[in-house]
Write a protein that binds this ligand. Structure first.
Ligand code: S3P
Length: 428
């Protein structure tokens, strides 16, 4: 499907309830599936990625009821998972693939994991390598680096893994395998990444220890079913935060957004660029901090986004690049090589598409440099089947000098099925 965007001349205004956090929704289903008892989830994100997770666990015999944002999972522990007759299709979802591999690694059966064209290009050895060290048998193209993957899990023994990449998916996969492994399993990451796995496992009654950048878990612990309230996804809120900041005369409020410090880098960046952003009603729900965010348009300054900030806003970089085109001066994004292995190579796709709109942007080895402010001109652009590229371009369309057409917006349903309806509801 193609979508045409029009520039907004009189501002965006209103309040939105942002859909559930994708990372937390995946984990709620997976942890519910390996726990004992009935886990209930409210605020679940019914996006294509999280539906892929439900589908995979159903194929392993787990009873899961899902109606919009409510999910019930009847877990019978790890032993309740059965050898799947069908292949486990993860669709476009890297989180489903990598976290599920951590669970499959210790299960005494054979399974095959496949996904779409984008998944087939994404590196999996970052998880299959440590999982093989634990004792799992995993094979696939390039020695288990690419899907389709074949897994024969079984008896595993704890390891201490020093991850070369700052990746919550790697950390989570190894910890999940550690739950069923002999002895202690620990992961040291090069920079702190999102800690939803650690927080949620604690909620399910698991003892998780953290010492600086190392997280450890003792094997043999079982999970007890929980109720999970999923906060709004800050990575989805990001599109409206940027829209409010760059569309003149805007004021947008986003309700109950997760502001976990391992995810809230965008709040720090907006503040450092001079955005008029206020954070109110802060509270903790189900072990995760949430707040309401209000953004109003203001004048913006370029900034540097690098180092330990990167894992705290990795998924927001496409839309932050759009923001930077409207800021005064240079914005430098560096230390962000991980962008190359997301749903698309997001250094290439962002730079290429924003150039089409006339932005002053260039790619570097580990990020991009944007010089602003630049008026954006209308064009026909592509999402490349990447949900976040599609949404970032839609936000750019709000300030283009004419009609912007985005090709292939279907992918947006991966993380935000009602994105355009929500955006339209903010028109005055
Ligand atoms: C995710 C972790 C991040 C993020 C992805 C979701 C997760 O990936 O980009 O969208 O739910 O753990 P990495 O951990 O690979 O950096």
């Amino acid at each position: 499907m193609n979508k045409t965007m029009h520039s907004i001349t009189n501002g965006l205004e209103g309040s939105l309830k942002i859909p559930g956090d994708k990372s937390i929704s995946h984990r709620a289903v997976m942890f519910g599936a390996i726990a004992y008892g009935k886990t209930t989830v409210d605020g679940f994100l019914p996006g294509d990625d999280c539906l892929s997770t439900i589908d995979c666990f159903r194929k392993m015999g787990v009873q899961i009821e899902q109606k919009e944002e409510r999910v019930e999972i009847l877990g019978k522990g790890f032993e309740g998972l059965k050898e799947p007759v069908e292949v486990l299709d993860v669709g476009n979802s890297g989180t489903t693939t990598r976290l599920m591999l951590g669970i499959l690694a210790t299960l005494p059966f054979h399974s095959i994991v496949i996904g779409d064209e984008s998944i087939a290009k994404r590196p999996m050895s970052r998880v299959t390598k440590p999982l093989k060290e634990l004792g799992a048998k995993i094979d696939g193209r390039d020695e288990g680096n690419y899907t389709p993957l074949s897994i024969r899990g079984g008896k595993t023994k704890g390891i201490h893994y020093h991850s070369p990449v700052a990746s919550a998916q790697v950390k989570s996969a190894v910890l999940l395998a550690g739950l069923q492994s002999e002895g202690v399993t620990s992961v040291t990451e090069p920079a702190l990444t999102r800690d939803h796995t650690e927080r949620m496992l604690k909620g399910f009654g698991v003892d998780v220890q953290r010492d600086g950048l190392t997280v450890s878990i003792e094997g043999g612990q079982s999970l007890q079913a929980q109720h999970i309230q999923v906060p709004g996804d800050i990575s989805s809120a990001a599109f409206f935060l940027v829209a409010g900041a760059i569309v003149q005369n805007s004021s947008i409020t986003l309700q109950s957004v997760g502001i976990n410090p391992t995810r809230s880098g965008i709040i720090d960046v907006l503040h450092s660029m001079g955005a008029s952003l206020t954070v109110t009603n802060e509270k903790v729900v189900g072990g995760e901090p949430i707040a309401d965010l209000n953004i109003e348009s203001s004048s913006l300054q370029g900034t540097e986004i690098s180092g330990e900030l990167i894992p705290r806003l990795i998924d927001e970089i496409p839309v932050l690049a759009v923001l930077a085109t409207q800021a005064n001066g240079k914005t430098i994004i560096k230390d962000a090589e991980e962008l190359k292995v997301k749903e698309t190579n997001r250094i290439d796709t962002v730079v290429h598409q924003l150039k089409e709109l006339g932005a002053n942007i260039r790619a570097t080895d580990d990020g991009m440099i944007i010089e602003g402010p630049t008026p954006l001109k209308a064009a026909t652009v592509r999402s490349y089947g990447d949900h976040r590229i599609g949404m970032a371009l839609a936000i750019a369309g709000l300030i283009c000098d004419g009609e912007l057409t985005i090709e292939n917006t279907d992918a947006i349903a991966v993380s935000y099925p009602h994105f355009f309806e929500d955006l339209e509801s903010l028109s005055k």
